[in-house]
Design a protein around this ligand. Structure first.
Ligand SMILES: CCC/C=C/C(=O)SCCNC(=O)CCNC(=O)[C@H](O)C(C)(C)COP(=O)([O-])OP(=O)([O-])OC[C@H]1O[C@@H](n2cnc3c(N)ncnc32)[C@H](O)[C@@H]1OP(=O)([O-])[O-]
Ligand SMILES: Cc1cc2nc3c(=O)[nH]c(=O)nc-3n(C[C@H](O)[C@H](O)[C@H](O)COP(=O)(O)OP(=O)(O)OC[C@H]3O[C@@H](n4cnc5c(N)ncnc54)[C@H](O)[C@@H]3O)c2cc1C
Length: 721
């Protein structure tokens, strides 16, 4: 064990096991999670060469193999609780994704959530043959017997099966009639059907109302005929589509009786279940190498007069009768349910990606010595440099904040989706606004934070052995997929502005936007110099209040700017576009307020004094750092005065020093085993250098002492010169 890291752990001011228990939600949960993780770590079937040393094809192969093994082992061990499945997969995957991810997380849940009772009756016997469903019963989406898609959301690296687990299964869960569920869920769960979620097209990802794929109902055969009428309508991006999946949930414009009824979901067989060859009329393949996601066969799909039975339209909400009569759903946004689900889960993913990165960067900073602080003295640990602390500790605080926000988002999703399943759609707009905004807010912050962690490790952060490049390339598309972040922020802004207008009209708001009801007089701008300071920078409650007032102020500002544009006789759409910078800023401030508020609220649940103290320091650091970064907003809203800015920077420095002795223990509390971090720099024992040397020796370029290119090119060249 490296002596620096041993000393760091001895200096900790709190019992880190207690903090781990808080992150897990209780001591029992920590123990069980560890038990499950050990099942993978001790299993020779999951030992393989570092994927960094493999070609893309080998990586895909290894990821499919791993997915298949995971599914078998989970069933062999009888692990069925969603949290436990997650704990198992998290270790088995490491930083890699699984090919079946979207099958379980999007495909099956979409089937679940969009079935009708009649369809349910038809297929129940199939479903009942599956032992695991019973145990999933308590947890899922208000249904009695469905599995929890949360357990399948990918964590770590993408895998070819991610889309099957991640979107195909969740969409099945959300949008199938019960009969469809039973028809498709069991084969999907047993992997006879491997599904993906095919929504995005080459020409449109964001503006899904403009998707061009068509599903035209033919009453004479009671089939839908699916077509990709243009080059831009080719489905592009779905994970697992290229080579893994044999079915896709295809989002297409529904035509019946000569009318278009908008986007609906259709289960579409794309490959033969026996030979795995593409079916007639189906052109399918891999879209080629990407920034990351090497293990996943993100694919293309062109449909040429592909016929599917009427029953393959997901009919829980909207329906097409045999004669072609269309029955409207109670809300046309229910088709978007899978996206809301995944966005809610991505919030917790932000916490995990950032906490892993902080673990690596902080452990490495504790064992790395560089430069001179005082002449003649030994080189200090780089963690002793104030600038290093300033890079890393606010991110550490952010990782804790996002962890608690992730827990909240997941609970809120389950509560509201339970109501939706009971036919109560009243909180759907709030769920959409919250999940869209927090998905964007947390992924942007974590994305930027991972890169800061990488650069804080100097040159070695650039090596794949640090794992930081892998974490980054795997995580960064969360800013784009499941709703591009700017677009998501604008969706939240839409809700905020609507709420603001309602508040101004005297309506009493409830939920997370209720602060918009507060008297506007509190928000009038004051001259910055004359205004008495209303924020106590040492009091978290006061800071929460400041974030709230800043959010209210920015929502008001955006509303006024929008109104100003409208008064210039601009159309609604142009006025909206001309105000969109302000609208995104308002959403960002709203989300920031929610995060600070939830972090502060979490403290009241912590009984242990030492843990409470260290978490309070982190919460204060998170809140003050955010104010320092956005000081213009707080000054403009009259919530701070200029002298306070200096106090804040002094206070921030003091907080960095307070956290310094606990930094390593704080990242240890995230409890990532070495096998999960897969990072030479982030090793628990701190023995970085010797292991870096061993890792490099395994590089394929070192398999021979002299590379063949010497003989092929350089020697002949030398002889010619
Ligand atoms: C492993 C990785 C896997 C990755 C997979 C993928 O990426 S899969 C691909 C992922 N792809 C994406 O994520 C695509 C991203 N794009 C989209 O989700 C949509 O095109 C959109 C939301 C941007 C606009 O949609 P639009 O043009 O239909 O809507 P509009 O703006 O005209 O607003 C009309 C009303 O609808 C409301 N409303 C909207 N959404 C929801 C919702 N989910 N729920 C509830 N409500 C919602 C909205 O608030 C508004 O309410 P209001 O004010 O009238 O009361
Ligand atoms: C790794 C990965 C996996 C994916 N997996 C899947 C999958 O399994 N299934 C699937 O269907 N899709 C998948 N996607 C596609 C993904 O969902 C889309 O790429 C995403 O929704 C963004 O859409 P877009 O690519 O059309 O971006 P665009 O909308 O073209 O975005 C480009 C720019 O335009 C801006 N913009 C667009 N509209 C607006 C607006 N209204 N207001 C302001 N600015 C705007 C955006 O902010 C952005 O800056 C995946 C993508 C990736 C990268």
């Amino acid at each position: 064990m490296n002596p620096d890291i041993v000393r760091e752990r001895e200096n900790a001011s709190f019992n880190l096991e207690l903090l781990t228990n808080i992150l897990d939600g209780g001591e029992d949960k920590t123990n069980r999670r560890r038990e499950i993780e050990s099942l993978v770590i001790g299993d020779p079937d999951f030992q393989h060469e570092d994927l960094n040393f493999m070609s893309r094809s080998e990586r895909y192969d290894a990821a499919v193999k791993k997915s298949a093994q995971m599914i078998l082992k989970l069933r062999e061990y009888g692990i069925s609780d969603p949290e436990e499945i997650y704990a198992y997969k998290r270790v088995a995957r490491g930083e890699f994704q699984e090919p079946l991810g979207v099958h379980f997380v999007m495909f099956v849940p979409t089937l679940h959530s969009q079935c009708t009772p009649e369809q349910h009756q038809k297929w129940v016997p199939l479903a009942e043959s599956f032992q695991m469903l019973g145990t999933y019963a308590q947890t899922e989406l208000g249904h009695e017997r469905f599995f929890d898609p949360c357990s399948c959301v990918h964590r770590g690296r993408p895998e070819p099966l991610d889309l099957h687990l991640g979107m195909f299964l969740p969409t099945l869960l959300n949008q199938s009639s019960p009969a469809q569920l039973d028809a498709f869920f069991m084969p999907a769960w047993n992997l006879e059907i491997i599904g993906t979620y095919a929504q995005t097209e080459m020409g449109h990802g964001t503006h899904i109302r403009a998707l061009e794929t068509t599903a035209t109902y033919d009453p004479s055969t009671q089939e839908f005929v699916l077509n990709s009428p243009t080059i831009s309508s080719i489905k592009w991006w779905p994970g697992g589509l290229g080579k893994t999946a044999n079915h896709a949930i295809v989002l297409a414009q529904l035509y019946t009786q000569g009318r278009c009824h908008g986007l609906h979901a259709f289960i579409t067989p794309i490959r033969c279940m026996k030979t795995h060859m593409p079916l007639p009329g189906v052109v399918v393949g891999d879209i080629g190498p990407k920034f990351g996601f090497d293990e996943v066969d993100n694919g293309y799909l062109k449909l040429e007069n592909v016929r599917i039975p009427r029953e393959n339209m997901l009919m829980k909400y909207a329906k097409v009768e045999p004669d072609g009569t269309y029955m409207k759903p109670p809300s046309d946004k229910l088709t978007y349910g899978t996206m809301v689900f995944i966005r809610s889960m991505i919030v917790g993913e932000s916490a995990r990606a950032l906490s892993k990165s902080c673990t690596i960067a902080i452990r490495y900073s504790a064992v790395r010595h560089q430069s001179e602080l005082r002449p003649g003295e030994p080189e200090p640990q780089i963690l002793d440099y104030q600038t290093q602390q300033f890079k890393l500790f606010p991110l550490l605080a952010t990782a804790f904040a996002f962890h608690f926000v992730g827990q909240y988002m997941s609970k809120t999703y389950h509560r509201i989706s339970g109501d939706i399943n009971q036919g109560d759609f009243s909180e759907l707009p709030e769920l959409h606004a919250l999940s869209a905004g927090l998905k964007a807010f947390t992924t942007w912050a974590a994305n930027a934070g991972i890169e800061v962690c990488r650069m804080s490790c100097g040159g070695h952060g650039y090596s794949r052995c640090s794992s930081l490049p892998d974490i980054y390339v795997t995580f960064t598309p969360t800013c784009t997929y499941e709703g591009e972040n700017t677009v998501m922020m604008l969706q939240t802004a839409r809700y905020l502005l609507k709420s603001y207008k309602q508040a101004r009209a005297g309506q009493q708001l409830t939920g997370i936007v209720s602060y918009l009801n507060e008297p506007q007089s509190r928000l009038q701008p004051h001259s910055v110099s004359s205004r008495p300071a209303i924020v106590d920078i040492n009091d978290l409650a006061s800071l929460v209040e400041a974030y709230k007032l800043r959010a209210a102020k920015l929502v008001e500002l955006a509303a006024k700017n929008l109104q100003g544009e409208l008064q210039q006789r601009k159309s609604n759409e142009d006025a909206w576009n001309n105000s969109s910078i302000d609208l995104v800023r308002a959403s960002d401030a709203h989300c920031h307020y929610v995060v600070v508020k939830l972090f502060a609220a979490k403290l009241s649940e912590v009984g242990d004094t030492a843990v409470h103290s260290v978490l309070s320091t982190l919460a204060l650091l998170y809140a003050l750092h955010g104010i320092a970064l956005n000081s213009g907003d707080f000054l403009q809203a009259g919530l701070l005065n200029v002298p306070q800015l200096d106090h804040i920077s002094q206070r921030l420095k003091a907080l960095l020093s307070e956290i310094r002795p606990d930094a390593v223990a704080l990242v240890d509390a995230f409890d990532y085993r070495d096998e999960m971090l897969n990072s030479v720099l982030g090793r628990y024992d701190g023995n970085v250098y010797e292991n870096m040397f061993e890792w490099a020796k395994r590089s394929p370029l070192n398999h021979t002492e002299v590379h063949e290119s010497q003989h092929k090119y350089l020697k002949p060249l030398q002889s010619k010169l």
